[in-house]
Design a protein around this ligand. Structure first.
Ligand SMILES: [Zn+2]
Length: 249
């Protein structure tokens, strides 16, 4: 084996182990031994995993700190009335339920069962149609996952971590409610309507990325999971805009 082939084989072995050389973590920006993280988490994709999964370099501490939130995110995205018929969710659901039954999944299943409550079902036109059981969603955990995906996507585009002068914020996007500031809301929606999303893994993840006002350091990411659940993650300078308020459109 010549030297080039040896180098290639060594690189392959290192990649297989998931450990790379030292460098800057895409999330915390610290210099450390790097591993790789998938965004969105690869556990959201049924096997065989798509070859187009997005990976970013990160330190072991950042990667490990996200595992529980990733698991929660997967449960919250798949145990939903509006994703139950999705073909990728159907492929995943057995593993989700198995995970909840395992000893390490018990605290999560107890938390879900403990939060069960009855909710009124009201149609958009305001008609009461009965009640059903629901569990409380811990949005801050979902938003931590979306924040991390936004940081990773920012790194992928800009090739540096989100600087300390900027912040990252996430919202779930509900039809009829707009979470974006009015002055560039139209620009963003016009952009999204005119562009097709990047898709990863059949119906699992769709992404629209926009740089509003042509500012390279500002990013808006619209993400859709299982073709039903939308989140917006954005990155922009602190103090540049007031935090957007939820406003009815
Ligand atoms: Zn890190």
């Amino acid at each position: 084996m010549n030297e080039k082939a040896q180098r290639r084989a060594r690189k392959k072995r290192v990649q297989k182990k998931g450990v790379q050389k030292s460098g800057v973590c895409a999330y915390c920006g610290k210099c450390a031994k790097l591993t790789r993280d998938h965004i969105p988490p690869d556990s959201l994709f049924p096997g065989p995993k798509p070859s187009t999964l997005i990976t970013v370099p990160c330190c072991e501490k950042c990667r490990e700190s996200t595992l529980k939130d990733d698991e929660y995110f997967k449960v919250a995205m798949t145990l939903r009335e509006d994703t139950v018929e999705n073909p990728d969710v159907k492929l995943l659901i057995k593993s989700v339920l198995r995970g909840l039954a395992r000893p390490e999944g018990r605290s999560l299943s107890h938390a879900l069962l403990g939060s069960m409550h009855r909710v009124n079902l009201i149609t958009r036109s305001g008609i009461y149609t009965g009640t059903r059981q629901a569990y409380s969603v811990e949005f801050e955990r979902l938003y931590r996952v979306i924040d991390r995906i936004s940081r990773g996507l920012y790194w992928r585009s800009v090739r540096c971590p989100v600087p300390g002068t900027h912040f990252v914020e996430s919202f779930q996007f509900w039809p009829g409610v707009d979470v974006l500031p009015e002055d560039f809301r139209k620009e963003i929606w016009d952009y999204l309507r005119a562009h097709k999303p990047e898709r990863v893994g059949n119906t699992v993840f769709s992404l629209w990325e926009h740089t509003p006002m042509e500012r390279e350091d500002i990013r808006v990411f619209l993400m859709c999971f299982y073709e039903r659940v939308f989140f917006i993650g954005y990155v922009w300078p602190k103090g540049w805009k007031p935090a957007p308020q939820l406003t009815e459109t």
